[in-house]
Design a protein. Sequence first.
Lengths: 114, 116
Amino acid sequence: AQRVTQPEKLLSVFKGAPVELKCNYSYSGSPELFWYVQYSRQRLQLLLRHISRESIKGFTADLNKGETSFHLKKPFAQEEDSAMYYCALSDLAYSGAGSYQLTFGKGTKLSVIP
Amino acid sequence: NAGVMQNPRHLVRRRGQEARLRCSPMKGHSHVYWYRQLPEEGLKFMVYLQKENIIDESGMPKERFSAEFPKEGPSILRIQQVVRGDSAAYFCASSLLAGGNANGYTFGSGTRLTVV
């Protein structure tokens, strides 16, 4: 069974400080990993996915298969980064086969202190 | 494009009543997914539907819960004889392609069901 663990329920950092939101997963196949973000009073939206290898709003995340981790990082936190962040996993392979279900972690609330 | 629309935003039901949650996918999307988020938990997959078909309901409780996505109109998640444990946020997502992950899901704002 697949599982996603976000060990921190709440993370507070000062503006300008580096941010790292931790995500570990358990999955026997070839996973696809995502980070979703939910700003206050807004809907859940995709922030980034590991196969696209892009930086969105200054955030990056690298899939580490050896450590089964997909931590989200940003070098300098901004106040507008305050939100709930969810790590999610799917077993949809690049070929398009597999399941479409997303398995979510419990989320980490990031609070950036001015 | 209004995105994925869910209504109502908040729904209060007494134990034993029925709850009907509606989801209108993004224009052009024919794949709909329902997720449930219990307090202090992550989102959990419930069901995946295409127009007039249930593709995967492996995450749905066996009793009292049902879902449909008719040819016309929104997708409906129906909970009969609600109990306090059904209190949760119910999120709907839609996608253009099957599976959705290639382009990401688009989520609605959710319906918060409270059973009193």
